[in-house]
Design a protein around this ligand. Structure first.
Ligand code: ADP
Length: 255
């Protein structure tokens, strides 16, 4: 079981009415990898993620999670998902960051007053993992977009998932904050040995933090490790994106 891929997508096709969005997508995400799933806006990334989570049923092909067909998969507590829409969480709601994270244990706020001390510890651990312990007692609405996004990730982490999928987590976050955000994800990945999938239309700095890259535009145009991605010609990537792509190399590995 240990060798089953976290995600296996097999010859999956999906269309909304007449519109083909995914065509014969086959993709394997190994346990313990950190995949950047990239593609321009409208390339079908969110649709693929919804198929992976069993929220949409593809007209053709199949999805397995940890070796189990998604229709039969029942260990959803293993799977964390932070959607693009996490930002539309009603942040005027008078909940502290701590309370929002505790929602990950119970699905709703309000029960936090009755948390066992072991559960409180889980909430603190999740806050620590995203470097937000100092903000535990702040109202969620007072935090910046990037800080809120960290809290939503902590909310997903608190149930100790083995697979965490993040859909465009840095939209609306400035480049500097998104770099520190990616750094945090890389540490999280390293320390928790979980499988991470980061969905983004922005190929720029992301490639310095992930272990693997998959390029999607209806079909999978590239899937390989970061090194292979950086070696694949920039003309090819630019053709894929329809504009010049500058892949930025840093030496974060020596930090
Ligand atoms: P991405 O996440 O890469 O931006 P999406 O999976 O959201 O791409 O969308 C892929 C294509 O499918 C887009 O052209 C989008 O307009 C279309 N689409 C998405 N959701 C729906 C829907 N519910 N009904 C019809 N078309 C949709």
């Amino acid at each position: 079981k240990i060798n089953n891929p976290a995600i296996l997508v097999n010859d999956l096709s999906f269309h909304y009415g007449e519109k083909n969005v995914l065509e014969h997508v086959t993709m394997e995400v190994k346990q313990g990898s950190f995949l950047g799933l990239v593609g321009p806006n409208g390339s079908g990334k969110s649709t693929l993620i919804k198929c992976i989570l069993g929220l949409l049923k593809p007209q053709q092909g199949s999805v397995s999670l940890f070796g189990e067909k998604v229709q039969k998969f029942h260990k959803w507590e293993k799977v964390g998902y932070v959607s693009q829409k996490a930002n539309s969480f009603n942040t005027a709601f008078p909940a502290t960051a701590f309370e929002v994270v505790s929602m990950g244990l119970f699905g709703k706020v309000g029960l936090f007053r009755f948390l066992k001390s072991s559960d409180k510890q889980k909430v603190w651990d999740a806050l620590k993992a995203v470097n937000m312990e100092d903000f535990a007692n702040r109202n969620i609405g007072e935090l910046s977009g990037g800080q809120q996004q960290r809290i939503f990730i902590a909310r997903a982490l608190v149930s100790d998932p083995e697979l965490l999928i993040l859909d465009e987590p840095t939209v609306g976050v400035d480049i500097e904050s998104s770099e520190s955000f990616y750094k945090m994800l890389k540490n999280l990945h390293r320390e928790n040995k979980m499988t991470l999938v980061l969905v983004t239309h922005d190929v720029g700095v992301m490639t310095n933090y992930v272990t693997d890259v998959a390029c999607l535009n209806k079909q999978i145009h590239f899937h390989g490790n970061t090194k292979e991605f950086e070696e694949s010609s920039s003309e090819k990537m630019s053709a894929f994106y329809g504009h010049h792509v500058h892949v930025i190399h840093h030496d974060h590995d020596h930090e």
